[in-house]
Every structure is written in C-alpha cells, then in structure tokens.
Design a protein. Structure first.
Length: 483
C-alpha cells in the first residue's frame, strides 16, 4: 500500500489508460468475433436450407415422374444417390432418409445405408413436416449445423433431405490466426502505450510545473506558475499563485514586524537610558555628600522629573498596547464628535494660555460609533502637539465637517510645518520630527503613534500635510454613524 501511495499521478494515469484500452480492445474484439461467428452461422444456415430444399425438390420430382409415393422405388433411390453424388465436391453433406428415418444415402459415405437417424432432432422435425435445424460442436472447435427438409409425395411426408456443414467459431478464428493476432495485439499495445504516454505527459505537465513551483516557493516567495491545461489544473494554478501572493505578503509583513520589534526594543532602550542616567548621576552625587542645600534640591528635582518621564513612558507604552493588543476592545457607543472636540480643546486651554496660542473650534461633524474618551484623547493630543509647535501669538483651528459620508476633523496650526522626510514616519513609535527633537518640546515620540492606533481602531484614517500658506494640518476621517 505504501508503494502505491508513492507512485506518481502520471504512472497511475498511464496504468489506468492502458488498462482501459486493453479492456476496451478485448471487449470490442469479443463483440466483433461474436458478430462474425453469428454471421457465419446465418450464411451457413441459408446455404444448407437452400441445398436441402433443392435435394427435396429433386426427389419429389423423381417420384412424381414415376407416380411413386415412397422413396423405396428404383427411380427415387437413384435420384437420391445422384443428389448425393452431385454434392460430393461441395463442402456440404447431403443425406436422404425415408419416412421411418432410415438412411438411404450419404454423400460423405461415413454412415452405412440402413442406419436409423429418426432420433436426431432435425430429422424428427422434418418427418413431422417441419424444417428441422440442429447444431453441435466438433472436436476441432468448429460447429456443425444440419438442416432437414421434408420430402412430400401424394400429400404426405415420405422422407427427408438433410444438408449439413460446419462453420468457424471464435476459438477456431483465434487458433487459425494466432500468429497474426499476436502481431496485431503487440502493435496495439505499443501504439496504446505510446499514445497513453503522450497523453499523460500532456495532462500532468501543469501538475509537474506546480510541483516544481511548490518546491521552489519554500526558498523563493516570488515564484509563480503559468495557469494552463484543463480547467481543474488551471484553477489549481490560479489558487497556487494566490497562495504564493499571500505567503509573500505574509513574509514581507513578518519581516517588517521583526524589524519594527527590533527597532522598538532599541528605541525603548534609548528612551530609558537618558532618564535612568540622569537619576543615577543625581543619586550618586547626593550619596557623595558635601552638596549644598540648593544643589541638593536641584538634584532631587532632577530625580523626580526623570522618574516622571519614566512613568509617562511606561504609561504611554501600556496604553498603546491596550489599544493595539487583544485586550484593547473599545467600548462602542454613539459619540458626538463635535462635543468631544470642544471638551478636548477646553482641556488644553491652560497650555494654550501659557504659550499665548489661541485655539478655536469651527463647524460640526456627524455622529460616529466609538469611544468618546479615546476620540477626545485623539483631539487632545493633536491640539497639544499643534499648540506646542506654534509660535506665541499664533492661532490653532479645529475644523469639523462631513465629507463623502465621513466625519472629518482637521487640526490646523501656524507653526513651522513638517519636513517632507518626516511626513512618512510621523506616526511611528518613538519618532520625533526634526523640529521637535529637543526634550523641552518633544516627548518620547509616542503621542502621534497613540493617535494613529486609536483612529485605526475606529476604522478611520489620519494623515499629516503642510499647508501652502505655512503650518501643518492633521486630518482625521471616521465613518459616519448611519441613521
């Protein structure tokens, strides 16, 4: 069974086609041989009937010429012998019996005169006035057929004329032509094998290509196969290419994810190193002693400030994980996006006042489905970011609207804008644009990453761009809640 499982489809198809071809050839041969045998029997039956009727007619004419009513007279007897002599050169055998079934003459001379043949089926039928037919196999495989026709005189049956002969059978055909049949069978098998081989190669060519493609796909995810062949193999090739596309895409995503994880670990290590170094230096200085009261307070303030930075970083990471991870299921409800924007602006009013920046809200946006607190956090982070990077006396606008069935929010500032090389990476973790690299104005680089994660969790999009007249604009698009 294990060896059968290891055989290829081409081998199985080859064996199957050959078996079908041989069985079909054997069946057709048997059918046609049987038809030929039946045709031979019909021709023999027709010939024997004709010869028996001729013999009976001759006998009847002979009796009529002498006014006899039996076959026992000289004239009928001589006629019977004459009929028998006439057919000696033919392949048929003629026998004549009288009303009692006694043999009067035999063209073959193998049965003695006076032998009783009345018990034979065909003779008995003829003596009853019917045409009798009987057949029997011979020792050489041929089949002998005998046709008996009644001989009439004075309105009654006075005897019978029997014509017999042999015909070939399927066995004799096979036996007589076994040499020729062997050559024909061998030629048929060779032709069937060659044609089957070509057919199986053609049928399995797409499968072999798929096999080669599957083997190569393990090391090269860009491998594709050409859909060809019958519908099934064509569809299989299409499915293979789709699978290869998914595998390649997954491999790229996995590689990118590994790269992001590596960069994440590196960025976290970098972000942690700075505050930890400040804390350690301040603590070591305090341990050495001989520190004035003012310096001691300054070092303690440094420790507290750097500790707060570490706590903020940890909180931001945990929050980002909750939003993006499996535990970050958002409580969904009907959210008034316009109200959430006003609340976020109010929460940032102290910072705006401190930096002498004016923040206003314009327009209205449709209701959305989501978390009010999270969406308020999105607006708050964007407003905080805009206020921190706007010069004193400038203006920040929060514009709300509906566009193409979406609830849209834009935070527009009058700051220095964003460098083109920073736009593509602005929402990545720990990324700080060039103008916010300073610790005084830039955080750990997680604020916009958190905003991006929240918006994505709400099936929305966010993008950043520069305004032609100066400043930056952040655009958030969320699906509008359908009435």
């Amino acid at each position: 069974m294990s060896a059968l499982r290891r055989t290829s489809i081409r081998t199985r198809l080859l064996a199957g086609f050959l078996l079908i071809a041989i069985l079909a050839a054997a069946g057709l041969s048997a059918y046609f041989l049987n038809q030929i045998e039946a045709f031979g029997f019909r021709r023999l039956d027709e010939r024997l009937r004709s010869e028996a009727k001729v013999a009976a007619s001759v006998l009847e004419a002979s009796m009529a010429s002498v006014g006899g009513s039996t076959l026992s007279g000289d004239t009928p007897a001589r006629a019977a012998v004459a009929v028998a002599e006439a057919v000696k050169s033919s392949t048929s055998r003629i026998m004549v019996v009288d009303a009692a079934g006694t043999l009067l003459t035999d063209s073959a001379g193998s049965v003695s005169r006076g032998t009783t043949l009345g018990s034979r089926v065909e003779v008995a039928a003829a003596l009853r006035g019917d045409t009798g037919v009987a057949s029997s196999p011979l020792a050489n495989g041929r089949v002998e057929m005998a046709v008996a026709v009644p001989v009439h005189a004075s309105g009654r049956v006075v005897g019978a004329a029997i014509a017999s002969g042999s015909s070939f059978s399927m066995l004799t055909v096979v036996s007589d032509y076994k040499g020729q049949l062997a050559i024909v069978v061998l030629a048929f098998l060779v032709a069937a094998f060659v044609l089957t081989e070509l057919l199986t190669r053609w049928l399995t060519a797409p499968l072999r290509e798929l096999q080669a493609g599957a083997a190569a796909l393990a090391s090269d995810h860009t491998v594709r196969v050409h859909p060809a062949g019958p519908r099934e193999t064509h569809d299989l090739a299409v499915a293979f290419n789709e699978l290869a596309e998914q595998i390649e895409s997954s491999a790229v995503e996995l590689h990118e994810e590994e790269r992001r994880k590596s960069r994440f670990v590196s960025d976290v290590s970098h972000e942690l190193r700075s505050p930890l170094t400040g804390i350690r230096l301040a603590a070591e200085t305090l341990l050495e002693g001989d520190v004035g009261e003012a310096d001691e307070k300054r070092f303690l303030a440094t420790i507290i400030r750097e500790s707060d930075r570490l706590a903020g970083l940890a909180n931001d990471l945990l929050e980002l994980q909750r939003i993006e991870g499996a535990t970050g299921e958002l409580p969904l409800s009907r959210v008034d996006f316009t109200q959430a924007a006003h609340l976020a602006v109010e929460a940032n009013e102290p910072l705006a006042t401190e930096r002498h920046v004016t923040v206003t809200v314009e327009g209205e946006a449709p209701l959305v489905l989501g978390s009010r607190d999270r969406l308020q956090q999105v607006v708050g982070n964007l407003v905080d970011n805009a206020v921190r990077h706007s010069p004193e006396g400038r203006h920040v606008t929060v514009a709300l609207s509906e566009e193409a069935g979406e609830s849209v929010l834009r935070v527009i500032d009058e700051g220095p804008g964003i460098r083109a090389e920073d736009l593509a990476n602005l929402f990545q973790r720990f990324y700080r644009a060039q103008y916010s690299r300073a610790r005084a104005t830039g955080g750990a680089g997680l604020g916009l990453a958190i905003v991006k994660a929240i918006v994505t969790a709400h099936r929305g999009t966010i993008e950043a761009a520069n305004r032609p007249e100066g400043g930056a604009v952040f655009t958030v698009r969320l699906p509008k809640l359908q009435d």
